[in-house]
Write a protein that binds this ligand. Structure first.
Ligand SMILES: [Zn+2]
Length: 468
């Protein structure tokens, strides 16, 4: 070996040693990161499961405030209560963001009856949110359809002056009930305008649930200013079946409908916002939130007192464990999600106007049952980072990360942030009580609520420490 060759060999060995040491050191750093992150998540869960406050708060919102439709006094109570809770946590700032919201009221309870030959049969019915009333009593013949296609195939004379009965069931073969619900939500949202387009006098919708019972499920609907407005209501699944069976025997039967709902002038409401400033990158913002309004029946315990209290708890857990996160974490309790989504829209508009640097927006509005992971809509680099953390979530059974998110409030942030993330929960029981009088506190589990809060807090903490 020449002197030159020996020098080359020594240099080569030296470089290899340096590279090996560097690689080992990078691995150690990654390992340290994982250890630190795992430890942080463990601490969040320990605090949440031992000293958690979300279930107690859920009880207060559901049973002391109760149903809190946007524009109502109860919604204002929820706003005041949330402000007080966030101040008690000791966040750096807590403030209200003004939002003008629709104010629809149900009035006296609805009534519906079938008049068939010699019998009168009562139906379980609830006006849809935003519907006009019947201005006395609407009594008309009924035409039943099971799809838009069936509606399109009818002659104008089949529809004119009649109540169009959209008897469209959720597909029981769909494992994710949320997905089955989204597949038919258009019938509730647009049934009234499609019925009126062809001269229909009203719309009755089969409740959007797989559950077979007497609870009608309300929900929002809208009109088209170019088409006359007609009343729209939901029938319980039992009532829908009863009406369908009787129509087969007596197509000439009539339904009598009495609805006293009306839309009053808009009102001022508020989003409630609290934040903990980042210690290192205060301009980078990660939000967690849920809507504070609900429908006007039941207690809105699952939808969405659960998401509201979980969001409050998530920021409390982050503060308790991290004291000062690296990036700013912000909790937003949105008003008016159910009937207009103006809270979410206002937050996104104001954030854009302020030129804020948003890293991620997290939401809890999936029912508050057993959490199993997250639904994520993110840029590719953000996705890569989030998916790397799934192992950390595995011991807590929330490691199922699915592409595509369904949160209404955060959807307004779609083009202003790197990631939209919703807590994914077991939805098998959610749509049994969704938007009904049966959505009450005792349906919820303290354990599931606490696990959801800790999952949200962990995602919030990981993003606040690492960015995306
Ligand atoms: Zn909701």
């Amino acid at each position: 070996m020449t002197y030159k060759a020996i020098t080359y060999a020594i240099s080569f060995i030296a470089i290899m040693i340096i590279l090996t040491v560097a690689k080992a050191s990078a691995q150690t750093n990654n390992q340290n990161d994982v250890n630190t992150d795992s430890l942080m998540v463990r601490k969040i869960y320990d605090e949440g499961l031992v000293h958690g406050e979300s279930y107690k708060n859920l009880q207060y919102v559901a049973t002391k405030i109760g149903a809190r439709l946007s524009g109502s006094e109860q919604e204002l109570q929820a706003i005041q209560w949330a402000t007080k809770m966030l101040k008690e946590i000791g966040l750096d700032s807590v403030y209200l963001q003004k939002v003008v919201v629709p104010h629809w009221v149900r009035g006296a309870a609805e009534e519906a009856r079938i008049h068939s030959s010699n019998s009168i049969i009562k139906l379980d019915v609830l006006a849809l949110g935003g519907s006009i009333g019947t201005n006395g009593t609407l009594k008309a013949k009924v035409v039943e359809v099971r799809s838009w296609k069936e509606l399109a195939q009818l002659k104008d004379s089949d529809i004119k002056g009649k109540i169009v009965f959209f008897n469209v069931a959720l597909d029981p073969r769909e494992i994710e009930v949320f997905k089955a619900y989204l597949a038919v939500i258009e019938y509730r949202a647009s049934g009234a305008k499609e019925a009126a387009r062809w001269g229909g006098a009203g719309a009755l919708i089969r409740s959007l649930t797989l559950s077979q019972d007497d609870y009608p499920h309300t929900g929002t609907m809208s009109y088209d200013e170019k088409i006359p407005k007609v009343p729209a209501a939901a029938l319980s699944t039992n009532s829908a079946d009863k009406l369908s069976d009787l129509l087969k025997k007596d197509p000439e039967l009539m339904v009598e409908l009495k609805m006293n709902c009306e839309t009053l002038p808009e009102r001022v409401s508020y989003n409630v916002i609290g934040e903990l400033h980042g210690g290192k990158y205060p301009d980078e913002i990660i939000t967690v939130g849920g809507h504070l309004d609900s429908w006007d029946i039941g207690q809105g315990a699952s939808d969405n007192a659960s998401g509201m209290v979980q969001s409050i708890e998530a920021i409390r857990l982050v503060k308790t464990v991290l004291v000062r996160p690296e990036r700013t974490v912000r909790v937003i309790l949105y008003c008016n999600e159910e009937h207009g989504s103006r809270g979410g829209a206002m937050y996104a508009a104001q954030s854009k106007l302020a030129g804020e640097k948003n890293i991620a927006a997290i939401e809890s509005d999936g029912g508050g049952f057993m959490p199993n992971g997250f639904r994520i809509d993110a840029t590719q680099p953000a996705k890569n980072n989030i998916w790397k953390w799934s192992g950390i979530f595995k011991p807590y059974r929330v490691s199922e990360f699915v592409e595509g998110q369904w949160g209404v409030d955060i959807s307004h942030m779609k083009h202003q942030t790197q990631a939209l993330i919703t807590l994914n929960c077991d939805d098998q029981r959610f749509f049994d009580i969704h938007h009904t009088a049966a959505d009450t506190f005792e349906k919820m589990s303290p354990r599931e609520i606490a696990l959801g809060s800790a999952a949200l807090a962990s995602m919030l903490a990981l993003i606040s420490q690492h960015g995306l």
